[in-house]
Design a protein around this ligand. Structure first.
Ligand code: 13P
Ligand code: SF4
Length: 337
């Protein structure tokens, strides 16, 4: 007879209400009061357990507000999280993001336990290309260096000269001092990079399933419907979307732009949770919220983070041979600054 695993459900007690009250106050415009009793016990227990286990949570900007504001030790875009991963002093790192991010963290912390709360948290870009595809691209373009977006598997990173993220892609490409590069796997990011540099960019036609859905017409409709609105977009969007945007940047680039410019009204052309997370810290900005959800990012939930800590699951491992080569391409990116 098979036994069903015990699911631990922490309770909402007066003590839980007390310790989580400051977070509830910050999120009161984003999370309805009735929902708080659901999130609060998990927030309290995760924060308690983190201390007990000497664990830290690296949280991407697309995570839901109760994770982003409730349990994160560090938040950021892919580049900031990769940098933070080199500085973390903890026994366990829980990556609240997608699998390629957890792999990057493991590459930079081979001796630490790196956990991801749900192994199914993938990425359409990472799934669009294999190490064998990169080897073929090299054969077709002898001598041309390969730059790969960090949204790739360790196998692809191992075949790559240098990685990049959306916040340093142009700088990485230009740092190579060549007139031609192979850029994988995001075709739209590659075209954006090509528009910002004289370096010729040969690209793979992968796409982010969240950002490829936006259209230039949609942005023009926002401008018509909300006169004076600021429109800012992630470079994983198609070229006609980026042409319409007032600013193009990584998730953290977009957050910094809002913090500095304090526009009266803004629409962030990216994943849903960004606007909620940024709105908390920018009460004077009115956010029009398009909702394209990343199903992979949303696999990470408070109950799964708690299970991850309690059961040390799911541990990220990388074949040592692959890891050594993949690490070099990530470290080369970090050296560029
Ligand atoms: P950044 O946070 O680096 O801008 O990347 C966005 C992304 O696609 C993560 O999935
Ligand atoms: Fe991948 Fe796009 Fe989701 Fe980012 S938003 S994890 S690029 S599918």
């Amino acid at each position: 007879m098979s036994s069903t695993p015990q699911i631990f459900e922490p309770e909402y007690t007066p003590e839980v209400a007390r310790v989580t009250a400051p977070v509830q106050e910050r999120l009161k415009d984003i999370i309805p009061e009735v929902e708080w009793a659901v999130h609060a016990p998990y927030i309290a227990e995760i924060n308690r357990l983190k201390k007990e286990l000497n664990a830290v949570l690296l949280v991407h900007n697309y995570q839901t507000p109760e994770i982003f504001h409730g349990v994160a030790d560090f938040v950021g875009d892919s580049l900031a999280l990769a940098r933070k991963a080199t500085e973390v002093d903890a026994d366990i790192i829980v990556q609240c993001g997608v699998h390629f991010m957890a792999e990057t963290t493991k590459l930079l912390n081979p001796d630490k336990t790196v956990l991801i709360p749900d192994l199914r948290a993938g990425c359409s870009l990472a799934a669009s290309i294999t190490g064998a595809d990169v080897r073929r691209l090299r054969e077709q373009n002898p001598g041309v260096p390969v730059v790969s977006y960090v949204n790739t598997t360790a196998d692809v990173k191992a075949e790559t000269d240098v990685c990049c993220t959306s916040s340093n892609a142009v700088a990485v490409v230009e740092s190579l001092g060549v007139d031609k590069v192979i850029f994988t796997p995001d075709g739209y990011l590659a075209q954006y990079v090509a528009s910002q540099t004289d370096v010729e960019v040969i690209y793979w036609e992968g796409a982010c399933e969240v950002h490829e859905k936006f259209t230039g017409d949609e942005l023009r409709d926002y401008r018509k419907g909300y006169p004076g609105i600021s429109v800012i977009a992630h470079p994983e969007c198609p070229p006609d979307v980026l042409e319409e945007a007032d600013f193009v940047g990584s998730t953290s680039g977009m957050i910094n732009w809002v913090q500095q410019k304090q526009p009266e009204q803004v629409v962030m052309i990216t994943e849903c949770s960004m606007s909620d997370n940024v709105a908390v810290e920018n009460p004077n900005v009115d956010f029009v919220r398009p909702c394209n959800l990343c199903p992979h990012m949303k696999r990470i939930t408070l109950p799964r983070i708690l299970d991850s800590l309690r059961n040390r699951q799911y541990e990220v491992t990388i074949d040592p041979d692959v890891a050594d080569r993949a690490r070099r391409s990530v470290e080369r990116m970090l050296e560029i600054g």
